[in-house]
Ligand binder design. Structure first.
Ligand code: C5P
Length: 229
């Protein structure tokens, strides 16, 4: 395959307050990871799929990933992650096949992201030869505050985007950025930018929201119930 997607699922999910790591928490009767993989395996283009899981849950993640892959299981692997998201992505990059030219990195926690949303990011990377990040305009007015919560300013929201995943990059760019490493970043575009590789923001999809809090989990359950009805 000329494309790969690294699905990072090695976080603890403390803000969700569940007993299990977030990607393994049940959402409408199946794990968050399983829902995420519905979107991944719904893509038409041949794609290498690399799932990054907590070390103790690699066997469970393998079972989930191979079941979701069905006949497409030749290009599926699971690897254990690290203490930070950045370390987890780095672990996944170690498994890239030589044929892969476009790399997507996707949060398992964005369980409802559609196949079209994922594929579109890859297509734009291939058209532009640069990094691509889906994002949405910010609806709220954003304030900066000091340590005592006194407002120090209003940020111009027209210049802001709330970004999602998958974030997509040409193979050489993301490999060079991760090989150089550096400070911990919460997304891949920031690490690439730190090494001179710029990215563009393209239209995101509200369905690609990240399940972080119990409220997000309820919202995802309601959306899935509506879809099934
Ligand atoms: O913590 P946050 O919600 O930003 O995590 C985003 C994604 O990164 C999640 O899907 C989570 O499982 C993953 N992650 C990881 N390894 C870590 C921390 C987060 O794979 N050490």
């Amino acid at each position: 395959p000329a494309r790969a997607i690294i699905v990072v699922a090695a976080g603890s999910g403390q803000r969700l307050g569940a007993e299990r790591p977030k990607a393994f928490v049940a959402l409408a009767g199946r794990s968050i990871l399983e829902h995420c993989l519905d979107g991944v395996f719904g893509m038409h283009e041949a794609t290498q799929v690399i799932v990054v899981a907590p070390a103790a849950l690699v066997p469970e993640a393998e079972e989930i990933a191979f079941r979701a892959a069905g006949a497409a299981r030749d290009y599926v692997s699971v690897v254990s992650g690290g203490a930070t998201r950045q370390e987890s992505v780095h672990a996944g990059l170690g498994l890239l096949l030589d044929s892969v030219q476009t790399v997507l990195v996707h949060d398992a926690a964005r369980a409802l992201a559609t196949s079209d949303h994922l594929a579109r990011v890859a297509e734009i990377v291939e058209q532009t030869g640069g990094g691509v990040v889906p994002g949405l305009a910010v609806a709220d007015t954003i304030k900066s505050v000091d340590a005592g919560d006194t407002i120090t300013g209003t940020v111009d929201r027209s210049a802001l985007r709330a970004v999602q995943t998958p974030q997509g990059f040409p193979r050489e760019q993301i490999l060079a950025a991760y090989a150089a490493g550096g400070d911990d970043h919460t997304d891949d575009a920031a690490l690439c930018a730190a090494h001179g590789f710029s990215s563009i923001v393209v239209a995101g999809d509200p369905l690609a929201f990240k399940i972080t809090t119990p409220w997000d989990l309820q919202r995802a359950e309601r959306l899935l119930a509506e879809r099934a009805a």
